[in-house]
Design a protein around this ligand. Structure first.
Ligand code: APR
Length: 236
């Protein structure tokens, strides 16, 4: 497929694009949710029940992320954004900053960002690289016990949906990279794009996702191999 007939590309990414950077995925055989119960660490109820455990879970992921590097797939998407003559929007389910580190600029973090925290009292959001605990007061409103990772938990509303919907409606190429298609609304985006009938949809994943049959084309393999190759073809 050449990029001649394409004006706008939306790229949905999931944990699989960061797997080769050493960050865990969730539902693979040794994924994060096979080691810790998501109800305990990725729900508001879990945080209310045991905030210490939740802070420990995100503190170790936050530290781990700061040693991780973007891989060839992240860098290929940044090259696409830099060289493609049209819009490239990354809609990521990932809370890591590897798209930013890889050089991408137009990124929508629909599940929040691991290197940011939010105050449950005043709503302020700020970058935060060190460990978080209940004893740390909010730098904005000075209350204790309300600071939490700026990450969307199960049962909470994903972020920036108002930015995602127009991008999906406007795109003529929709790529889905490194996601199992298990979590909504992200898993519905390929159907939304199909219904609009404008865009070609391509899945680039290690193996067929839950929604694989909905895509016009599926390319399976490690992201660091298939994503740069796909970008080369697009930019040819
Ligand atoms: N290259 C390409 N794809 C890969 C690779 C790789 N090296 N390694 C794994 N994958 C694929 C897997 O085959 C799987 O389909 O990445 C996908 C990862 O799926 P999940 O672990 O379910 O992660 P994701 O789809 O991002 O989860 C969505 O669920 O837990 C919530 O909020 C969390 O954002 C996350 C959401």
């Amino acid at each position: 497929m050449s990029s001649k007939s394409i004006n706008a590309i939306v790229i949905l990414t999931g944990a699989g694009i960061s797997a080769e950077s050493g960050l865990g995925t969730f539902r693979d055989k040794d994924g994060i949710w096979t080691k810790v119960n998501l109800e305990d660490v990725a729900t508001p109820e879990g945080f209310a029940r045991d905030p210490v455990m939740v802070h420990e879970f995100y503190n170790s992921r936050r530290q781990n992320l700061q040693n991780a590097e973007p891989n060839a797939a992240h860098k290929a998407l940044a090259r696409l954004e830099a060289e493609f003559d049209g819009d490239v929007t990354i809609v990521t389910q990932n809370v890591d900053d590897l798209h930013e580190k890889g050089g991408s600029k137009n990124i929508i973090h629909m599940h929040g960002e691991l290197l940011k925290i939010r105050c449950g009292n005043c709503g302020s959001v700020r970058e935060w690289l060190q460990d978080l605990s209940q004893d740390i007061p909010c730098p904005a409103c000075n209350t204790h016990g309300f600071l939490r990772p700026h990450v969307v938990w199960f049962g909470e509303m994903p972020l920036l949906l108002c930015d995602i919907e127009p991008a999906l409606s406007n795109c003529d190429l929709f790529l889905s990279i490194g996601t199992s298609g298990n979590v909504y609304p992200a898993a519905s985006y390929v159907s939304q794009v199909r219904q609009l009938g404008r865009a070609r949809s391509v899945e680039l994943n290690l193996e067929p996702s839950e929604g694989a049959t909905l895509f016009d084309e599926c390319i399976h393999g490690p992201a660091t191999e298939i994503v740069p190759a796909f970008v080369d073809q697009l930019l040819a």
